[in-house]
Structure formats: structure tokens, C-alpha cells
Design a protein around this ligand. Structure first.
Ligand SMILES: Cc1cc2nc3c(=O)[nH]c(=O)nc-3n(C[C@H](O)[C@H](O)[C@H](O)COP(=O)(O)OP(=O)(O)OC[C@H]3O[C@@H](n4cnc5c(N)ncnc54)[C@H](O)[C@@H]3O)c2cc1C
Length: 373
């Protein structure tokens, strides 16, 4: 079958790999001019480790895991002067043994290399409309091109264009969890060397984590949903600066300088996506587009990889007749329990990392005293 995959991140690359390996003709379209490299290390956990093995990339993933993968401390909480006040053990943030933490861009590169030339990649373009008929899908692109595919897979993240074109407006499916989160590159080490430090004031979080080859700054803040252009770096920077304008504790000023100077950063609402169905005739969604569990779940990557594997398995080899409707139904039935589990734990993680009041912050710090860590 000819298959269009919209989005070349973890979900899109994983599903492209699964289908190309089974002999399908796969085209991947990515809005960005190249694979996107921003973001912090992410966890490959549980079932996703089995999927990585089945895709033949587990050894590479293991070799390239971050140096402090498996550390015992998730983060040390500091006060406005930088003195440690509490510490979150990793066991509180991770619930399965054998997790591998790997830089997001390295996982993207490993998946991309594993596909090789078995799929066509189109960068700097985006689906604008999708028209389904009995025997195919007519797709129009922002570049003006028009093409026909047997199936279309939306792997284009929480603000998915395919979801909007086929299932309805974003506000029907995406739930903002009251926090915006940003990640920015810092000079290597940045004084924390192999550690992770986090500072909170009510409704705000600032952190620095060193992963050996890369050091990242984190800024998060509580806020109701705000309207902004998701693709405008300048607007993203302005929202972060405005949110922290009155905050000068710890190293916040230094983090804001890094945001001001960044040529790329990650910024988004911490959101979940809840949909009654992930497919409509010849169009199906995978990864965050279908079921984002939110950044704090630590499971978005693993769910995307598992979903891609189940979808590939259900669609089967290109040389066998496929009933795509039955395949989409089975994929959804098998993945939903994993998604529901991942989505359920997120409000608690949010409240732990970004307490909204001084009382919640004090309670969190007494719950995780330095000695226990
Ligand atoms: C740059 C970046 C950094 C991230 N950093 C972190 C992190 O630090 N920690 C964390 O837990 N999660 C992070 N995430 C989210 C994480 O990758 C996902 O939760 C998870 O891996 C599932 O991935 P996904 O492929 O479904 O969605 P995403 O990773 O969000 O990927 C969606 C892809 O679709 C592309 N796209 C969007 N719209 C279109 C369109 N109209 N046409 C074509 N392509 C389109 C995007 O550019 C992106 O490449 C990040 C995502 C991105 C894009």
C-alpha cells in the first residue's frame, strides 16, 4: 500500500520504519526543514524496549543512552539562594526497571538511520487538506502539490494538522493541564555537572539538568490556556519572559538569557489528547496526535513506539491483502489500556514538579526530605 505519514518525530519515524520494513511504499512529510533536534532526554520504557529490539535498534539505543541514565536521584530541589531543600528519588518519577534514558535527537537519528532509503522524506511541507474516497485519499500540500495515497497516518503531534483536517478542531480533543513548559540548551555543565537541580516558587519551576554531553534549562509556569502562534519562536520567547518577569530567584535570570538567545527551543502547553476514536476510514492517528499523555507522564515516546509497532503488526505485510478498518480497530483496542494508564498519573506528577501555592510547595518539600534521598 502507499502510505503518507505526517510528522517525522518518534511516532512518525517508528511507524514509517514498521511499514517500510513490511514492504509498504511510505512517504513521510515533515513541516520543519529538517528533523527537529530540540528537547530533553526521553525514556524508552517497558514494552517500547521490546519494540526497539524488534526494530533492530535496541543495541544503538543502549549504547547512546545518557551517561547518568539510571541515576538514583531525579532532581534536587533548591531554594532561591541555591541551597538544597529537598530531593526527588528517581523511583518516584519512574516505575519500571530497565528504562533507558536517551537524548531525544539521538533517538530520532537512530530511527531515521534505521529506515534508510526505504521511505521517501519530504521536509518543509505540510498537509493542508485530506479528501477520502472509496479507494484512496487525495492529499493537498502547502507547497501546492497534490498526491493520492491508500492510507494517511497523522503522526504530527499534539497540534496535529491531520487530526484537525479529518476529525475536527483541536479544542474538541486537547486538554490543557494548566502548565506551559520550555526546554532550552545551556553551555555544557553549567555548574551542575551530572546533576539535576530544580527551583520552585508558587506556580513556577526553573531547572538545570546536565546529561554529560548536553546541559538543558527548564522553565515551566502555571497558566490558563493562552492563544499564540505555535510556530513562532518569538511569541514563545515572549510568553516565557512575561511569565518570569517578576521572578529573580536562583538562576532564573541566566535561564531567561538563554531563552532570549536561543535559535530553537521546546515550548508547549502540557496537554493531553483524548479522542473517542483514532481512525476515520483510511486515516489513522499515532503518537501524541491520537493520545498525548503529556510531558510529565514520561511515557509519550514509549507509547508512540508501541503504537507504531501494533499498527504495523495489524496492517501486516504489503504482499498480503489488508483490511485497514479491522487493522485500525485492533491497533486501538490493543493500545488503549496502555494510554489510559499513562494519562492517569499525570496530574500528580504536575503538582509535584510545579506546585501552585506556597503551601503545596512546602508540603512537597517535607514529603521528600534531603535525607531520604
Ligand atoms: C522538538 C520537540 C522536542 C520535544 N521535547 C520533549 C522533551 O524534552 N520531553 C518530552 O517528554 N517530550 C518531548 N517532546 C514530545 C515527544 O517527542 C512526544 O511526546 C513523544 O515522543 C511522541 O512523539 P510524536 O512523534 O507523537 O509527537 P512529536 O514529537 O510532537 O512530533 C510531531 C512531529 O510532527 C511535526 N509536524 C507538526 N505539524 C506538522 C504538519 N502539519 N505537517 C508535517 N509535520 C508536522 C513536528 O515538527 C514534529 O516533528 C518533544 C517534541 C518535539 C517536536
Amino acid at each position: 500500500m502507499t502510505v503518507l505519514v505526517s510528522g517525522a518525530s518518534i511516532a512518525g519515524l517508528s511507524v514509517a520504519h514498521q511499514l517500510a520494513a513490511r514492504g509498504h511504499e511510505v512517504t513521510v512529510v515533515e513541516r520543519a526543514p529538517a528533523l527537529r533536534r530540540a528537547g530533553s532526554p526521553i525514556d524508552v520504557r517497558g514494552e517500547a524496549l521490546r519494540v526497539a529490539a524488534e526494530m533492530g535498534i535496541l543495541r544503538r539505543v543502549h549504547e547512546e543512552r545518557v551517561v547518568n541514565s539510571g541515576r538514583t536521584l531525579f532532581t534536587t530541589f533548591v531554594d532561591a539562594t541555591g541551597s538544597p531543600v529537598a530531593a526527588l528519588p528517581n523511583a518516584e518519577a519512574s516505575d519500571s526497571d530497565g528504562d533507558i534514558e536517551i537524548a531525544r535527537d539521538r533517538l530520532v537519528d537512530i530511527l531515521h538511520e534505521a529506515i534508510g532509503d526505504r521511505a521517501e522524506f519530504v521536509y518543509g511541507d505540510s498537509v493542508t487538506s485530506v479528501r477520502q474516497s472509496r479507494d484512496g485519499v487525495e492529499v493537498a500540500f502547502a507547497s501546492g502539490a497534490g498526491r493520492r495515497f491508500d492510507l494517511v497516518i497523522g503522526a504530527d503531534g499534539i497540534h496535529s494538522t491531520v487530526r484537525r483536517a479529518v476529525f475536527g478542531p483541536e479544542h474538541e480533543f486537547r486538554r490543557h493541564l494548566g502548565v506551559y513548559f520550555s526546554i532550552v540548551d545551556l553551555p555544557t555543565g553549567s555548574g551542575v555537572y551530572g546533576e539535576s537541580l530544580t527551583y520552585n516558587s508558587p506556580g513556577k519551576m526553573a531547572g538545570i539538568s546536565d546529561f554529560g554531553t548536553r546541559t538543558l534549562g527548564f522553565l515551566a509556569f502555571r497558566s490558563p490556556e493562552v492563544a499564540y502562534d505555535h510556530h513562532s519562536l518569538d511569541e514563545q520567547k515572549r510568553l516565557i519572559q512575561d511569565a518570569f518577569a517578576a521572578e529573580n530567584g536562583w538562576r532564573v535570570g541566566e535561564l531567561l538569557d538563554a531563552v532570549r538567545e536561543a535559535s530553537d527551543l521546546y515550548f508547549d502547553s502540557v496537554s493531553q489528547v483524548h479522542m473517542p476514536s483514532w481512525s476515520s476510514d483510511r486515516v489513522v492517528l499515532v503518537g501524541d496526535a491520537a493520545h498525548a499523555a503529556a510531558l510529565f507522564s514520561g511515557r509519550g515516546t514509549s507509547l508512540a513506539m508501541l503504537g507504531a509497532s501494533l499498527l504495523g503488526e495489524e496492517l501486516g505485510a504489503a504482499n498480503r491483502p489488508a483490511d485497514h478498518a479491522a487493522a485500525f480497530t485492533a491497533y486501538e483496542r490493543r493500545l488503549r489500556p496502555h494510554v489510559e494508564r499513562a494519562q492517569a498519573g499525570v496530574p500528580e506528577a504536575r503538582d509535584l514538579l510545579v506546585p501552585s501555592t506556597a503551601a503545596e510547595l512546602a508540603a512537597r518539600n517535607s514529603r521528600f526530605p534531603l535525607l531520604a534521598a
